[in-house]
Design a protein around this ligand. Structure first.
Ligand code: KG4
Ligand code: ZN
Length: 365
């Protein structure tokens, strides 16, 4: 590893259009020269979820501007780069196609190599960008679109220990907020309400804890909450403020307990094979939740593992993680050409059984 590598990264697999420039000088900490993210929350606000067609159109409109801005902020020209990395899946296919086409155009015009990156690998390799974490480590990816435990053994070597069989936790937070008339994205709104509530007032189920392994389920929680809400509305003629807060607190406690217990089990499985310097790293928007993060920290401390949460801007969707995953792949000799395909599904672990379903933010893996 002798060569300095500077890549432009593009991300458009869900509802954030992003471009970033990352440079890595061997032996030094990777340098994020720029990271531009244009969100689409407002565009989807009226629909209670991401509308794929609206997302794809917005990506097409914004990608060029994000690229231009990322190059300006990084103070580099295309000729200063070693390649273009782009999310080639998994995700909402219209957005992924928009990103791949933009990257192909840039690569064809500049003569630079093209590197297709798996979005999940971008999240999973972020601890190496932020903290130079050494392989192997355990990753919990917990966002609005994804929820899975991954053993990260190498830049292109992952083992999935388990994941959600239906909704992702962020999706459940968003649906809960919608059911209770709170703002989107639901996670921060539900967390704020939960602070005012009593988690013991409503005892929601902890799905799949009675089954061995690390698989999770969150869709039943939302149904249980809907039933409680309807009962309260029928009883009181509306939802009282304290009930709303108690429902949020009860829901958040249930998600927290499921993630904590499944993380404990994932750590046991991980430690049996990798007992030296164990680390559990998290990524994804749900990792911003104070209650959940705190419980995960406790689980790690009890298991003798380090807990690592990258800064939030790099936990949520961004293009710096794509540029970084691209740098790792580039160093391993990976190059793509104009035949690079956008993929709605692209599991990191081909040996693991297929994840079920497709959430509001695209295929699960
Ligand atoms: O990683 P992310 O920005 O985007 C993707 O899902 O790809 O995660 C966004 C998700 C949303 O569902 C949002 O409600 C959730 O993360 N989220 C939270 C919190 N902040 C964001 N969930 C729980 N508590 C939070 N504080
Ligand atoms: Zn993501």
């Amino acid at each position: 590893m002798t060569q300095t590598v500077t890549l432009l990264g593009l991300e458009s697999s869900c509802d954030d259009t992003a471009a970033a420039v990352v440079r890595h000088i061997p032996g030094e900490t990777p340098n994020i020269l720029s990271s531009v993210v244009a969100g689409q929350t407002q565009l989807h606000a009226d629909f209670g979820g991401v509308v794929p067609e609206i997302a794809a159109r917005a990506h097409t409109e914004k990608l060029d501007h994000c690229v231009e801005e990322a190059l300006i902020q990084a103070n580099v020209h295309l000729s200063d780069l070693d390649g273009i990395a782009v999310t080639a899946g998994p995700g909402l296919i219209g957005g992924v196609v928009a990103g791949v086409m933009c990257a192909k155009g840039l690569a064809a015009g500049s003569g630079l190599p093209l590197i297709g990156v798996n979005h999940l690998a971008g999240h999973a390799l972020t601890p190496r960008l932020t903290d130079q974490t050494k392989f192997p480590y355990l990753m919990l990816l917990v966002s609005g679109g994804h929820c899975q435990f991954l053993v990260v053994k190498g830049a292109d070597e992952f083992r999935r220990l388990g994941g959600t069989i239906d909704d992702a936790p962020g999706e459940a937070f968003d649906k809960t907020a919608k059911l209770l008339g709170l703002a989107q994205p639901g996670g921060p709104a539900v967390e704020a309400q939960a602070k005012l509530g009593d988690p013991e007032s409503f005892r929601f189920p902890r799905p799949l804890l009675d089954r061995p392994g690390c698989d999770m389920s969150f869709s039943g929680l939302k149904t249980a909450l809907l039933r409680e809400r309807d009962r309260l509305v029928a009883e009181h003629g509306g939802l009282r403020q304290q009930d709303r807060s108690d429902l949020c607190a009860g829901f958040q406690a249930a998600v927290r307990d499921v993630l904590a217990e499944k993380s404990r089990r994932a750590l046991v499985e991980y430690l049996a094979l990798n007992p030296t310097n164990p680390t559990l790293a998290v990524a994804g928007g749900v990792a911003a939740n104070f209650e959940i993060r705190g419980k995960l920290e406790t689980i790690c401390a009890d298991s003798g593992a380090a807990f690592l949460a990258p800064p939030l801007a790099l936990c949520t969707d961004n293009a710096a993680m794509i540029a970084w995953a691209g740098i790792e792949a580039f160093r391993d000799g990976h190059r793509d050409d104009m035949s690079l395909q956008a993929r709605p599904r692209w599991p990191l672990d081909n040996q693991a059984p297929a994840m079920l379903g497709s959430g509001k933010k695209g295929a699960k893996a």
